[in-house]
Design a protein. Structure first.
Length: 118
């Protein structure tokens, strides 16, 4: 649901990392970029709304006001949203290079639903 929301809101280059056994911070990280501070803030707000509607509330949210790096902590899932230059600077994908990258669900490859076949 989180990855779908990011894709639907035009998040850039979402990555899902399986950090089980590598980190006590959570089991999975999602890392994604936005085109601007406002875009990063909007991504975070849309995620909170979508997950909240499913009854999932974050344990904590950091950086929302500034919008350069927003961290949403859902205990087992930690979501990092960056403006692109900060994502490149902090390089969390490089920091967690030992983590398995999980394939994004199929909807990320096709933003539009296929039309029903006759």
């Amino acid at each position: 649901m989180a990855a779908r929301t990011l894709v639907n809101q035009k998040g850039l280059e979402p990555v899902i990392l399986d950090v089980r056994g590598l980190s006590s911070l959570g089991d999975y990280f999602i890392i994604c970029s936005g085109t601007s501070k406002r875009h990063v803030q909007a991504l975070a707000q849309h995620l909170q709304e979508a997950l909240g509607q499913a009854g999932v509330k974050p344990l904590g949210v950091e950086g929302l006001e500034d919008g350069q790096w927003v961290l949403l902590d859902y205990v087992d899932l930690v979501i990092h949203l960056f403006i692109t230059p900060l994502r490149e600077f902090y390089d969390l994908e490089g920091l967690w290079v030992e983590a398995n990258r999980l394939p994004l669900p199929e909807f990320t490859n096709n933003r539009h639903q296929e039309q029903p076949r006759p």
